[in-house]
Design a protein around this ligand. Structure first.
Ligand code: AHM
Ligand code: MG
Length: 336
């Protein structure tokens, strides 16, 4: 039997080969991965663990919170607050930042997460996930504030997601390619199952919520119309469509076989750039996608170049196979 590489081993080897992964970052990733294991256990229990349904509360964005949204948020906070590697955390499910309490040592990293992405799929037993992003606290000011989090995505030290699907998988980048780990439920360990993931530059598959079509901006309508025109249209090929409505699952499919994912601006809420959140969803996914050879834009601009102005900022997203995303970006630039 070939020797398996665990997450711990992978991280130690990365540390040895590329001295740029500090001990604290390694600890942080291990703790996030352990928290994801606990979330996976809760997800798997479903009705037996009384974790399904609504919690009867709303988050800062006015969305109804599910019980699992809150459980996953608490698991991530409890797991990460005492290790000494973090200064503060921010979550899609909390109004403000969570500063590591005084009773614990403070580290130099900032952790951001969407504890349970794809909430609408929890109760129907469809794949959901956790998305996380790691930033360094820059500057030497004492204390930590929301301002410290407002860094463009290109400054991320690490990013990843865990998908709770037929298999539980952790997909991770430390800025040197993308590695995939599968949870071995019998031993409880994360086993490296793919390294240096590459997304094909071309694809025949797109993912978008088509029910919003009448609300899109012209460049998005143009792109999708051309895909739908099929082999006899301007693209000269037939396209297939997939939409799980869990970003983690849709992105994971793209990581596995290519494709393009869009959640564009729409005219129902003209002042909101999009539905997805820049800091908890778009930036970490953009980092992973770029590290796997793909691209990620908000329309005409690279997502990871955007300067955030607030923690819960929203953004339009188009990401995946490079040539498709470049085409979408060109259509947006032509329209301006
Ligand atoms: P959530 O973080 O509240 O779960 O919302 C984000 C999710 C994404 O996972 C997914 O791509 C999108 O919302 C689905 O939106 P829609 O319900 O419009 O299809
Ligand atoms: Mg989400």
């Amino acid at each position: 039997m070939s020797r398996q590489t665990s997450l711990t081993q992978y991280l130690i080897e990365q540390q040895r080969e590329h001295g740029h992964i500090p001990q604290e970052l390694r600890l942080l990733i291990e703790i996030v991965a352990r928290a994801c294991k606990r979330i996976a256990i809760a997800v798997n229990k479903g009705a037996l663990g009384d974790v399904l349904g609504s919690a009867g509360s709303e988050n800062v964005q006015g969305e109804v919170q599910k019980k699992l949204d809150i459980i996953a948020n608490e698991v991530l906070i409890e797991a990460n607050e005492w290790g000494g590697h973090l200064a503060a955390m921010a979550s899609e499910e909390m109004d403000g930042i969570y500063v590591v309490p005084n009773r614990y040592p403070q580290g130099e990293y900032l952790l951001l997460f969407d504890p349970l992405d794809g909430s609408s799929n929890i109760d129907v037993n469809v794949s959901i996930g956790t998305i996380f992003s790691v930033l360094r606290k820059v500057g030497h000011s004492r204390g930590v504030s929301e301002e410290d989090f407002l860094q463009p995505g290109k400054q991320q030290a690490a990013a990843g997601y865990c998908v709770y699907g037929p298999q539980t998988m952790l997909v991770l980048t430390l800025g040197d390619g993308v590695a995939v780990f599968t949870l071995d439920r019998e031993t409880g360990s994360w086993v490296l199952t793919q390294d240096q993931v590459r997304i094909p530059d071309d694809t025949k598959e797109f993912a978008i919520n088509m029910s919003n079509m009448r609300h899109w901006a012209p460049p998005v309508t143009r792109y999708i119309d051309e895909c739908l025109a099929g082999a006899t249209g301007p693209r000269g090929k037939d396209f297939n469509m997939r939409w799980v409505a869990s970003m983690v699952a849709d992105v994971h499919r793209i990581m596995t076989r290519g494709g393009v994912f869009l959640y564009p601006w729409d005219q129902r809420e003209p002042d909101k750039p999009g539905k997805l959140r820049l800091m908890y969803e778009a930036n970490p996914m953009a980092f992973l996608i770029e590290q796997a050879g793909g691209a990620a834009v908000n329309g005409g601009e690279r997502i990871m170049d955007l300067q955030p102005t607030k923690l819960h900022e929203r953004v339009a997203v188009a990401l995946g196979s490079k040539n498709e995303v470049d085409r979408i970006a060109a259509y947006h630039r032509e329209a301006n």
